[in-house]
Design a protein around this ligand. Structure first.
Ligand code: PHE
Ligand code: NA
Length: 452
């Protein structure tokens, strides 16, 4: 192990790293996607497949990202090119880090627009406007938001500013402080919402939707969804965990740390499902995924329930915190790069990139109204960016990172950082050399050629 530290500082403890990485991992994927795909694809049976994917593919790639960052103590681009050089391989491997960082920035541009929607809904819940609303009224309210570029811009700008300001302050005073406050708040809010959901008459139905074993629904297609999601949910393939890993203290065990992050992310996703679906079912509504669940069905459900306004507010605070901590993690790698490579001050770098993201976000939000007829390959700007990042760049980044860790980096470097017993090290090597790249390549293939 090397004794270098990053010029940006180190996390105060192993737990702070765990919570910061969990802050990145816990996002809309846990709250609006996982519960729904679980219910649709065989409940408990799907959860088992998903856990296998997390363990066999997600965790090994995450370990690779952490050790690459921690060993080099640099931003993802230089970390990968340094480690390639030390391993007598071409420096051009740094390009994988470059691609990963760019995909993170592209994601941030539309993520910030959605973060803005969440802030807008927080305000709506606070105002009580949704009390007693029907689904049709809530649907119109959401359509009206999307049709209003000035309103979208205001909230997007606020969300960008919130993200930039935390990253501008730095690792210890910025991201670490935000983590210390927001992650415990997130866990508490989630448990409070779970407690509330248990009191509704939809709880048993919600539980069945999530956990009843339905092997008939567990198809090969479902297994692919589990694999693809295991990857997205841990924020892999975007050099985020690599950047966060470069601030990790050297005495902490990477395997145990990464396993804890995977468990926390999974628990949040399971509890989120148990908190959300009972609320939906107890109001006689149908489960759905994505924006419709969060911005139409749930506000209607909260609007009809006792104490619904209070819990609706808490729910949107929870989602806002989850989105904010993920956005912070999307910005950090590029800021670290500009500071290290060009000697920029951190606030200058954060604001500079922030302005670029903000501008690209404007193109995304305009695609719902002013420029809705502008399309790339048949998709509007927002959907196009979502598609190329989540379906192409992210899996590609993951495959290349796994191959890099398994085949390019000298085994003595990885063993030195991971410090695993030899059986586990073998298992890890097999995963990053073969299992993970092949599995993710299969997902990538089917994402690009959907089964009709
Ligand atoms: N991991 C996040 C989620 O599950 C999504 C995300 C992906 C966030 C990539 C940041 C970067 O919602
Ligand atoms: Na997640």
């Amino acid at each position: 192990m090397t004794n270098k530290t990053s010029i940006h500082g180190s996390w105060a403890s192993r737990w702070i790293f765990i919570l910061a990485a969990t802050g990145s991992a816990v996002g809309l994927g846990n709250i609006w996607k996982f519960p729904y795909i679980t219910g649709e694809n065989g409940g408990g049976a799907f959860v088992l497949v998903y856990l296998a994917c997390i363990l066999l593919v997600g965790i090994p790639i995450m370990m690779a990202e952490v050790f690459i960052g921690r060993r080099a103590r640099k931003n993802p681009i230089d970390a990968m090119s340094d480690l390639a050089t030390e391993s007598d391989s071409p420096k051009a491997w740094g390009l994988v880090g470059t691609m990963a960082m760019i995909s993170g920035l592209l994601i941030l541009s539309f993520y910030s627009v959605v973060g803005g929607w969440v802030l807008h809904y927080l305000k709506i819940m606070l105002s009580g406007d949704m009390i007693g609303a029907t689904s049709a009224q809530a649907g119109t309210a959401f359509d009206n938001l999307l049709a209003d570029p000035a309103m979208l811009l205001a909230w997007h700008t606020l969300f960008c500013a919130m993200t930039v300001s935390v990253v501008a302050i730095g690792i210890n005073k910025g991201i670490e402080t935000a983590t210390r406050i927001m992650m415990p708040a997130l866990f508490v809010l989630l448990l409070v919402l779970l407690g509330y959901a248990i009191t509704t008459d939809g709880f048993a139905q919600g539980w069945d939707f999530m956990f009843k074993f339905d092997f008939d629904k567990l198809t090969w297609g479902a297994a692919l969804i589990a694999l693809g999601h295991s990857f997205f949910t841990l924020s892999l393939g975007m050099a985020i965990i690599m950047a966060y890993g470069s601030y990790m203290t050297k005495d902490a065990s990477i395997g145990k740390t990464v396993l804890t992050i995977g468990i926390l992310d999974t628990l949040v996703a399971l509890v989120a499902g148990l908190a959300i679906f009972p609320i939906i079912f107890s109001n006689g509504m149908d489960p759905a995924a994505g924006p419709g669940l969060m911005f139409i069905s749930l506000p209607v459900a909260f609007g009809q329930m006792p104490f619904g306004q209070l819990f609706g507010v808490l729910f949107f605070v929870l989602v806002g915190v989850a989105a904010w901590t993920s956005a912070i993690s999307l910005l950090e790698p590029s800021v670290a790069f500009l500071v290290e490579r060009f000697g920029l001050k951190r606030p200058t770098a954060a604001i500079g990139i922030g302005v670029g993201i903000w501008a690209l976000g404007i193109a995304c939000l305009a695609s719902f109204n002013l420029t809705s007829d502008v399309t790339f390959f048949g998709k509007n700007t927002f959907d196009f960016l979502d598609y190329i990042t989540a379906n192409i760049m992210l899996p590609l980044g993951g495959i290349l990172t796994a191959l890099f860790a398994g085949w390019v980096v000298k085994a003595k470097f990885s063993q030195d950082e991971l410090q695993l017993p030899s059986v586990l090290f073998k298992a890890w090597s097999i995963s990053v050399k073969f299992t993970a790249p092949v599995a993710v390549a299969v997902v990538l293939y089917f994402l690009l050629n959907p089964i009709k």
